[in-house]
Design a protein. Sequence first.
Length: 147
Amino acid sequence: MLDREYPNQLCSVARALEVIGQRWSLLLVRDVFLGRHRFDELCASTGITRSVLTARLTHLVDEGVLRRECYQSGPERFEYHLTEKGRALLPVLAQLMLWGDRYYPGPDGPPLLLEHRDCGGHPQDVLRCDQCDHALTASDVRARPAG
């Protein structure tokens, strides 16, 4: 893991990866997006060990990506739901999924499709400029120091 202080890495990507960059973290966020909210569902879906699942869920709750809600007492059992911060990861997951579908498709094509609930359309792999609405590619973008 990277240090949390980042003295030589003034980088938002590095800070974001500290929260969601661990493989299990993204897969858990994906599963909660897909409607799996209970510990046992998440464990079965991912194949993660219970101890690692507990650690990852605790981390995501502590970071404000997920919130824990009790659905049963005696014994206490919890569901995990996305916070606003967690829901903001949808474009990240969608783009990662589209990238994976393009470069690492399964033998029968993509295993899952994202669909717009209202019209049945699908997300597109497009980053747009906030000024001119131009679709951007890697050759259209440059990085510069902020401020």
